[in-house]
Write a protein that binds this ligand. Structure first.
Ligand code: ADP
Length: 497
């Protein structure tokens, strides 16, 4: 492992906390209770700042503001072109402030600054340009029917969207949720994750500078069982979108059902297979499988966390995968060339170390890593297990950390069966140059995304979502719009009766 990079102040001198209050009706305000909570720097565990802690009363205030901006306007009543232009101006501001936003994201989350600055903030910008493009292209159909009737459909916004996001990609989750909701003319109350509240507040302020009217986008920081649950069970919220764990997804769906039956989209956990076939170029497969698992400190719902390798290439793959993990550059995410920063917080850090212990106790072979990195912060050495069996906890449960589990397989039918023997169905990677193998696996895998000879391709236009207990509905792309639209059928006789 790279020698411990000293933990330093952020390298980007412009990084500072601009906003730490709730954003309701276009104003930054304290929580009604006056409470705050600390958000921590995962490099050290030190407090970055204290943030206003929203609870039910704050959610009520935010929903009222969103309700008014929806019912009385201006948002759904503006022309679609005006909405689109505000979103485009927001994208320009994101581009202008790219590096500050990236630094804030890295500070709060721990992901490498280069990843924030070169991938994630540019992707966020791209997402808003993509959705701005949809705003004025949403329309219904005219439908031929029996009888002398004119039949049309109107595609209307649903109303107030409640959105609850996680901490692993705070900005991208902001974009996946807020982008389609606003393009379709809805208003939003967003509940950010308690680990990473800062970047959404900053970009939402920029959105208002771009001309977003007050009340259209409200951001409430706070905890799940208080702020999150209040939003999920609110009677005046018309639609709910959630990304997070499968267990919390179940709670969210119950809260929605027990309150007003608001429709819910869920993007939940995964245990995605990454399948290295017998014809694979091993060096390339190793690199792609490594990326599929270790990207973002392993904190991806779609991480390729079951690396299935054909027995013919297994030994070579294992040696090289182990060497690659040992070479992975771990350290202060603000330093250049760092591939892996700290995990987001001590809960995640402890949970991952617990899974590593369970892998060892369960009889998997620890090939690399297996312990913390350095003495401070939430860093974990890139870890590789071989001889992993399907019934081990590390092969069944989502670890959400830098722990690669390598499993051996003999033939395609077997790997299909084992890949699908999971309660999850989010994504899969397939590494082969044989088109028949690729086609067979693509059709057989019960997952929402198949990446062939690639992984984690997140273009704004590509739909993403899960089969089975990985969720309901699709985000991004044209498919995401239907989450935020009602269809109204309108029938008019062609001749007055
Ligand atoms: P993780 O365990 O990875 O943090 P969670 O699913 O618990 O994932 O969290 C994802 C989001 O869901 C966060 O914004 C969190 O505050 C929120 N959340 C957690 N519990 C609840 C709950 N009971 N009701 C509503 N939201 C919740």
């Amino acid at each position: 492992y790279s020698t411990a990079a000293a933990i330093e102040e952020p390298i980007n001198p412009s990084v500072k906390v601009h906003y730490n209050q709730l954003l309701i009706n276009g104003q930054f305000v304290d929580a009604a209770s006056g409470k705050t909570f600390p958000t921590l720097d995962p490099r050290t565990g030190d407090v970055i700042t204290h943030v206003a802690e929203g609870e039910a009363e704050d959610i009520n205030r935010a929903v009222s503001a969103a309700r008014k901006a929806f019912d009385d306007g201006p948002w759904p009543k503006m022309t679609a072109y005006e909405r689109s232009r505000i979103m485009l101006r927001f994208a320009d501001l994101l581009e202008k402030h790219n590096d500050e936003i990236a630094a804030l994201e890295t500070w709060d989350n721990g992901k490498p600054y280069e990843q924030s600055a070169k991938i994630e903030v540019p992707m966020l910008t791209r997402l808003f340009r993509y959705y701005a493009g949809w705003a004025d292209k949403i329309h219904g159909l005219t439908i031929p029917v029996d009888g002398s009737l004119h039949v049309q459909t109107l595609h209307e916004p649903i109303g107030v969207a409640g959105q609850i996001i996680p901490w692993n990609f705070p900005l991208l989750m902001f974009g996946w949720k807020v982008g389609p909701a606003l393009a379709c003319g809805n208003t939003v109350v967003l509940k950010t994750a308690e680990q990473t509240p800062l970047s959404a507040l900053y970009v939402s302020k920029l959105f208002h500078e771009a001309g977003l009217p007050p009340g259209v986008l409200n951001v409430v920081s706070g905890f799940g069982p208080t702020a999150g649950a209040a939003l999920a069970s609110h009677m005046e919220v018309d639609k709910l979108a959630f990304t997070g764990s499968t267990d919390t997804g179940k709670v969210i769906l119950q809260l929605a059902a027990k309150s007003n039956l608001k429709p819910v989209t869920l993007e939940l956990g995964g245990k995605s297979p990454f399948i290295v076939c017998e014809d694979a170029d091993v060096d390339k497969a190793v690199e792609m499988a490594h990326f599929a698992l270790f990207f973002n400190q392993g904190q991806c719902c779609c991480a390729g966390s079951r690396t299935f390798v054909h027995e013919r290439v297994y030994d070579e793959f294992l040696e090289k995968a182990k060497a690659r993990a040992v070479e992975r550059v771990v350290g202060d995410p603000f330093k250049e060339g760092i591939e892996q920063g700290p995990q987001v917080d001590s809960d995640q850090f402890e949970k991952i170390l617990g899974y590593i212990r369970s892998g060892i106790e369960g009889g998997a072979t620890l090939e690399a890593g297996g312990e913390r990195f350095g003495a401070k912060g939430y860093y974990i050495k890139p870890t590789v297990f071989s001889n992993v069996q399907d019934d081990m906890l590390i092969a069944k449960e989502e670890i959400f950390g830098p722990v690669q589990s390598i499993l051996k397989f003999k033939d395609l039918d077997e790997v299909i069966r084992r890949s699908n023997a999971s309660r999850y169905g989010l994504a899969a990677g397939v590494f082969t140059h044989n088109i028949d193998t690729a086609n067979t696996l693509t059709r057989a895998l019960r997952v929402g995304s198949v990446w062939i000879n690639c992984f984690d391709v997140f273009d704004a236009a590509i739909p993403f979502g899960g089969y089975k207990m990985s969720g309901h509905g699709r985000e991004k792309g044209i498919y995401s719009l239907s989450n935020y639209l009602q269809v109204k059928a309108v029938v008019t006789p062609l001749k007055n009766p």
